[in-house]
Ligand binder design. Structure first.
Ligand code: 5RP
Length: 219
């Protein structure tokens, strides 16, 4: 089985030994899909509610016969399961390769436990080789771009809008040695909807899929 499958298996085994009924949040991307397709159906009878981080994940969940609840900041998730583009040694993440980081972060924030599932290639020493995604209010684009130029000389806009109908930009060649500080700074720019650094709401546990097993990194 693939590393991504084994990471998803790790999340399943962790959740399966916990309490029930379960309220779960599901992330976006090929690793989160492994969890959804292979393991979520096994938990079906124990699940009370499922929340989704993107239109793409909602479609997958509905195809598998799950009813998807509307986001409610008052509801606490037992677990939020999602992938990442990069994970550093302190469990800070870059997310948003799939453009869903704003809605992913909303679910990570309301989860008692955020389980991040990745393959070995996502583990880095310092965040920033992967371009940093930032969602920007479409009406405040120019002002925000001016502010972001101090972080990167190469800022590229994606063709597709986010699920929230905003622009998504990627900041290239930006080494992030203090993720929490940079996350806070970028979030304070008027017009930034959210940034793909998960340092304020980082996972409690990262499950790294290996060739025939998985290993856990806990905070
Ligand atoms: C989507 C994300 C994904 O978790 C991230 O891009 C990793 O994706 P994959 O599991 O396909 O490598 O943040 O917005």
């Amino acid at each position: 089985m693939s590393e991504k499958y084994n990471a998803a298996l790790g999340a399943y085994e962790l959740i399966a030994k916990g309490k029930e009924p379960l309220i779960l949040g599901i992330g976006t991307g090929s690793t989160a899909d492994q969890f959804t397709e292979h393991f979520l159906p096994k938990l079906r009878k124990r699940i009370n509610e499922v929340f989704s981080s993107s239109d793409r994940t909602t479609n997958l969940l509905k195809n598998l016969g799950f009813r998807v609840s509307d986001y409610d900041p008052e509801v606490g998730l037992d677990f939020y399961v999602d992938g990442a583009d990069e994970v550093d040694e302190n469990l800070n993440l870059i997310k948003g390769g799939g453009g869903a980081h704003t809605n992913e972060k909303k679910l990570a924030k309301i989860a008692e436990s955020f389980i991040c599932i990745v393959d070995e290639s996502k583990i880095v020493q310092t965040l920033g080789k992967f371009p940093l995604p930032i969602e920007i209010d479409i009406n405040q684009n120019d002002k925000v771009l001016f502010e972001l130029k101090k972080y990167s000389k190469t800022i590229l806009r994606r063709e597709l809008l986010s699920d929230n109908n905003n622009y998504i930009y990627d900041l290239h060649d930006f080494k992030i040695s203090d993720p929490k500080k940079i996350e806070t700074e970028i979030l304070s720019i008027t017009g930034v909807v959210d940034v793909g650094i998960f340092a304020i709401n980082k996972p409690q546990i990262v499950i790294v899929g290996e060739n025939s097993s998985y290993r856990l990194i806990e905070s």
